[in-house]
Design a binder for this molecule. Structure first.
Ligand SMILES: *Cc1c(COP(=O)(O)O)cnc(C)c1O
Length: 367
């Protein structure tokens, strides 16, 4: 096939043709309303920006490889110890590290059919096998996942809320699921959108998540969180995991050295100190979610009730052409064909202005 085909590792060879969902540089330079990557339209906290500016003066120095101040702060906030926290260059880096740490030839990970695309990429890159289980309506089917476990299963990824459908699994269902888990399986509870979800749950009187309790009780569970979503620091790449100290120590030894920049570390610390910004973000997101969901429904799209900062909708036919038409109108949304949902779009909930631009564009292309 080419010069290096026979030289690269088997996973690299097999992944050579995998779809890459990154945005092209050309696209990002144009002025376009970007509702395709679940970024925060409200930006980072001013406190984070201030911390970033002053950290730049010391950027000739290597960062703290152990991210200690940030880990200590996260541990204190969550009522756990710093060795139960690992900080990585985004939580997607930790997904990769968990796969490298737990998987290998003959071992498998289980994920739902329509879930975060990074899981499958990370499992393949680690040379593991992937088992995909069916969905229940638009949500995760925990019984189907349980039924798929075998002696070689090492990891299960639960995105809660699920990306791209925006659905949650309740605290009760999760606890029951964990109770049924055999001892050789680690469950990854990916809570990238947890602040949004917790806020929605309070509004609706639902019981969202008790994930920290499992960490405190020492269950074989890793809870993933990120600074990319509510904290608006996606471009700096910083996320974290909470779980058993021994497992996280193995993961820490598998990280790339100095992979979390000094700027990212101080920005994250400062962001944690701005509760008001966080509250504004989740409050505005929830009210825009309600408005946008109602409008999309009135335009004939089948909208899945969301617990995150994006809306999954079924447009009733192949959705790629619609996404392309919207793009020509200056609005970028995510068609979900490569996620196994050819008739669906995932639309990030923007600011009021961005959402208006989306709805106007939708009316123009789909009268
Ligand atoms: C956005 C997202 C993440 C966060 O990725 P980062 O690498 O921290 O930016 C993790 N999991 C899911 C399901 C997501 O949607």
């Amino acid at each position: 096939m080419s010069r290096f085909f026979d030289l690269v590792s088997k996973p690299a060879r097999e992944m050579g043709n995998a779809p890459v969902s990154a945005r092209s540089a050309v696209e990002s330079r144009r002025t376009i309303v970007r509702l395709d990557s679940n970024e925060s339209p409200y930006g980072p906290s001013p406190l984070a920006l201030e911390a970033i500016r002053s950290a730049l003066r010391d950027c000739h120095l290597y960062p703290d490889n152990d991210c200690f101040p940030l880990r200590a702060r996260l541990a204190e906030q969550h009522g756990i110890t710093p060795d139960q926290v690992i900080v990585t260059a985004g939580s997607t880096a930790l997904i990769g590290i968990l796969c490298q740490t737990m998987l290998g030839p003959g071992l498998n990970a289980i994920i739902a059919q329509n879930t975060f695309i990074v899981y499958s990429l990370a499992v393949h890159a680690a040379g593991g096998d992937l088992i995909r289980t069916p969905m229940k309506q638009d949500g995760l089917d925990l019984d189907a996942i349980l039924a798929a476990i075998d002696a070689n299963t090492r990891l299960i990824f639960l995105a809660n809320p699920n990306n791209p459908t925006g659905t949650t699994v309740s605290a009760e269902a999760t606890r029951e699921f964990l109770n049924a888990m055999p001892g050789h399986v680690v469950v990854v509870l990916d809570e990238a959108y947890w602040e949004y979800a917790a806020f929605f749950a309070r509004l609706r009187g639902d019981h969202y998540s008790e994930s920290l309790r499992y960490v405190k009780e020492g269950w074989p569970v890793v809870v993933l969180r990120t600074f990319s979503k509510t904290h608006g620091l996606a471009g700096l790449r910083v996320g974290y995991g909470m779980g058993p100290a021994e497992l996280l120590a193995y993961c820490a030894s598998m990280r790339n050295t100095y992979s979390v920049s000094s700027v990212a570390q101080v920005a994250a610390l400062a962001a944690l100190g701005d509760q008001r910004h966080l509250r504004d973000v989740v409050t505005q997101n929830a009210s825009q979610a309600e408005l946008l969901s109602a409008t999309l429904s009135s335009l004939g799209l089948r909208v899945t009730p969301t617990s995150a900062n994006f809306i999954h909708c079924d447009v009733g036919r192949e959705a790629t052409a619609l996404a392309q038409s919207l793009h020509r109108e200056g609005v970028s949304v995510r068609p979900l064909g490569t996620w196994g949902l050819p008739n669906s779009l995932r639309i990030s909930i923007g600011s009021a202005d961005q959402n208006r631009a989306l709805v106007d564009a939708l009316r123009r292309v789909r009268p």
